[in-house]
Design a protein. Structure first.
Lengths: 247, 247
DNA sequence: GCTGCCGTTTGACCCAGATCAAAACAGCGG
DNA sequence: CCGCTGTTTTGATCTGGGTCAAACGGCAGC
């Protein structure tokens, strides 16, 4: 076997759903081998995005949904007066762009917080294929539903939790998502700035910083710049929900 | 024609998608006459719910999605410690229960704020039928997407708006939704209590009351108990976004 | 290694909206 | 018509987290 041929082969393997290590986490979860092949045919474009690049911008037309293969991104919704609110942080296996199906236009910006790779999934193709593969159809519905469920959680957080609780929820959520992807649940890098965390949690960056320092003083976490280690995960869990509510 | 027969006929007409006055607003929007017939076959159960009745409770298994035919309801997500956060107010034509598709269990309570009528739409049937009718499939996706989009708006509101802005956004949203349903955009009844408004907006009931009184003093609205009249809709619109942000 | 730029931390002070309290009011059953 | 209950309004006071300000630290470019 000639070397050039092998390279091409490996390259192709790397970018197919059927061999992607995320396929149990991502859209094709639960599909059979032959159904995965159909997925492979549907997803023909992969994009590499560099830190700071936009995957899509608010106001632009929906071209496709994007499955995150590697990297880390945020989506933020903008108010006409310039205020921006981080609506979510996304990591590998997550599907983004679903906010745009309703109107055909994206409502938020999505941008990479580190060099990333995404798979473009044209909505039309996805809808076509899910008419043929019931389990894909149902799984897509589950993914959209989980986004709604996540949003409800954020509403609860923003509407009725105090600062410490918000931050604890945030850290526990990151921890759990990293764990689900095979990474450490207690030690990770915060890819976003304090300001972005604050925006997501409805707090100012100073409050995020202060609360993080307070957690550190209490021995709950060890923070050094963007590196975070959770020391007492149970105490963090207890912290959520036991304090008197703010609203 | 005998009277009893006529009654049955009218009754049947009243409960079919094909003759429902909401069908351009609801799930079957854009379907052909024959496709509407298929919808009729799918939706075989209509439920009447009285003020205070639950349509579903958090933690219970997903049986069906519910399209609201008449009435007004709220959904609220609960925190284990008893805190509750209103996640949305729903009126005729709205589809609720989509939060449960992901896990198979409802994450929020849905309860009627006035006597209402809902159509039960079994998820399995809906998925089956949308495999046959592409426009139904796409419209269902659009509805789920619009729920995500709405949630992003609520996040922006809860995360970065001051009390007056939140209330103005709330009133403008109600106004616009009533208008879309053929009712007055400037005069309507608030079906929910001040406390429920507050919960939805992340404010306490006293703040809602005070802010409403303030709007009244400024001549923006006329409130009398639960009856509300918008006097200066443009001023309300201007109010949103011009103040310095809280977060 | 030095310099400049961000992002972060920490302190001091302030204010929007929460909390507490009480009165006014609507709606309802008897 | 009355009394009861739950909702709403309004006032007085308090406080969590916002705002302003300054110092610190890590890292990229030179």
């Amino acid at each position: 076997m000639a070397t050039p041929l092998r390279i091409v082969e490996v390259d192709k393997l790397k970018t197919a759903c059927s061999t992607c290590s995320l396929h149990e986490l991502c859209l094709p979860a639960g599909l059979s081998a032959s159904e995965l092949k159909s997925m492979d045919r549907m997803i023909d474009i992969r994009r590499t995005v560099k830190r700071g690049d936009y995957i899509f911008r608010a106001g632009t037309a929906l071209h496709a949904l994007y499955a995150i293969r590697t990297g880390f991104m945020k989506s933020c919704v903008l108010h006409e007066d310039g205020r921006e609110q981080v609506a979510g942080f996304h990591m590998m296996g997550d599907l983004i762009g679903m906010d745009a199906i309703g109107s055909g236009q994206h409502l938020c910006d999505a941008l990479a917080l580190e060099d990333s790779e995404v798979c473009e999934i044209p909505l039309k193709s996805l809808e076509l294929l899910s008419r043929e593969i019931p389990s894909l159809q149902h799984h897509f519905h589950r993914i959209m539903s989980r986004e709604i469920a996540r949003d409800y959680g954020v509403m609860l957080l923003l509407g009725s939790m105090r600062a410490e609780e918000r931050l604890a929820v945030f850290l526990l959520n990151l921890s759990q998502r990293f764990a689900a992807r095979g990474y450490s649940s207690t030690e990770f890098h915060l890819r976003m700035t304090r300001e972005e965390i604050g925006s997501y949690l409805g707090l100012k960056l100073e409050t995020v910083s202060r609360t993080l320092s307070q957690f550190q003083a209490q021995g709950l976490v060890a923070v050094q710049n963007k590196h975070l280690r959770i020391l007492k995960i149970d105490s963090l869990r207890e912290l959520v929900g036991q304090h008197g509510c703010r609203v």
